[in-house]
Design a protein around this ligand. Structure first.
Ligand code: AMP
Length: 339
């Protein structure tokens, strides 16, 4: 790793809490895949995090496989990025405990994502409350520099910075202070105009196709401006999605049609539907092919998990020493090396 010491390290994760949607793609996966050529990329499937909302073991296991297939089909290259399951690195919850001991409760009390989730009826478990600490551990254990995420995660990265600084000040400087990185799709709206999210039931899945996809696109909520009247593209959910999947020229042309009048939301939806199919159609066959060969994805994740775990253990040796904890017993460390 010494020759790569100066490369930026990217780290990000996606929860396996259902099929991935356009918000995940334009807020996260798209940039994750692009960044694998720009530095050292570590991407994980956040199955510990998903346990805050998914408590059906079969559903969790299936969603984990689905996220792996989605990433691989969309272009994640395991020769470039370390791709793994969060639960293959049990040192992460250990670091989360260490961080929680230098983190004021008030910091977590201010987490808006926790308040939103509880307001939506998700059980306010300790896991849900401590979610940002586990996320900080994920980021810091690989001593990551940049975390590419959607807007909803920015506060969590700020909290991670606070936790890293608190650890460094209490013990010694081990963690770089990470920064977030937002992309064009930082906040993708769902069918109803709220943030696209599995828990709002307003998603368009990346690999949705045929009639299911058509029905969803046609159900996007619009206002009641009559067909002949001019419309403001910037206030329309259909247009907000169109601008993610169409070229700059196509977006400008569509904006002109909105403003000119005589162009209905139904026409805009049809254009959006075509563009979504054009954008993701080419990846559908690849995903089906990968799904027929489950051993391939499993092999990628197992190898990525071993690489990630070796990095995590190197960090935890420093953390344990700094905090006055004994080294990890040799048997446990050896078992990880054999894995
Ligand atoms: P999650 O499924 O909550 O683990 O989110 C995975 C990634 O997708 C995170 O980087 C989120 O910021 C991003 N993301 C999720 N929903 C949206 C959305 N509606 N718009 C933009 N990014 C999103």
């Amino acid at each position: 790793m010494a020759d790569q010491g100066k490369r930026v390290r990217f780290l990000s994760g996606v929860q396996p809490s259902g099929r991935l949607h356009l918000g995940n793609y334009f807020g996260a996966l798209k940039q994750h895949i692009a960044l694998q050529d720009e530095g050292e990329a570590f991407y994980f499937i956040a199955n510990y995090h998903a346990m805050t909302t998914v408590q059906d073991p079969k559903a969790l296991a299936q969603a984990t496989v689905d996220v792996a297939l989605d990433y691989l089909a969309l272009g994640l290259d395991p020769r470039k990025a370390v791709f793994f399951r969060q639960s293959d690195v049990p040192e992460v919850p250990e670091l989360a405990w260490v961080l929680s001991c230098v983190t004021g409760k008030g910091l977590l009390d201010r987490a808006t994502s926790y308040k939103d989730k509880v307001a939506r009826g998700i059980t306010p478990s300790m896991g849900l409350y401590a979610y940002p600490v586990l996320m900080a551990a994920d980021i810091l254990i690989y001593r990551s520099n940049v975390v590419p995420v959607g807007e909803d995660q920015v506060q969590h990265i700020e909290m991670t910075r606070d936790m890293a600084a608190a650890f460094n000040a209490t013990y010694r400087e081990i963690f770089p202070i990470p920064a977030h990185r937002l992309d064009a799709g930082a906040k993708v709206p769902g069918l109803d105009g709220q943030k696209m999210s599995k828990s709002y039931g307003n998603t368009i899945e990346i690999f949705e196709e045929g009639n299911d996809l058509r029905k969803k696109v046609m159900s996007i909520v619009t206002d009641s401006t009559p067909l002949e009247a001019p419309k403001d593209p910037d206030k329309c959910n259909v247009f907000a999605l169109y601008r993610l999947v169409a070229s700059a020229g196509e977006v400008a042309e569509m904006a002109g049609r909105y403003r000119a009048g005589g162009f209905g939301y139904g026409d805009a939806k049809k254009a959006l539907l075509e563009k979504i199919s054009a954008c993701f159609g080419p990846f559908r066959e690849e995903r089906k092919r990968l799904a027929r060969e489950p051993a391939y994805a499993e092999g990628v994740l197992a190898e990525g998990g071993a690489r990630a775990r070796a990095e995590a253990q190197a960090t935890m040796r420093l953390v344990r020493e700094a905090a006055g904890l004994p080294p990890m017993p040799a048997a446990a460390a050896g078992a990880a090396r054999r894995g």
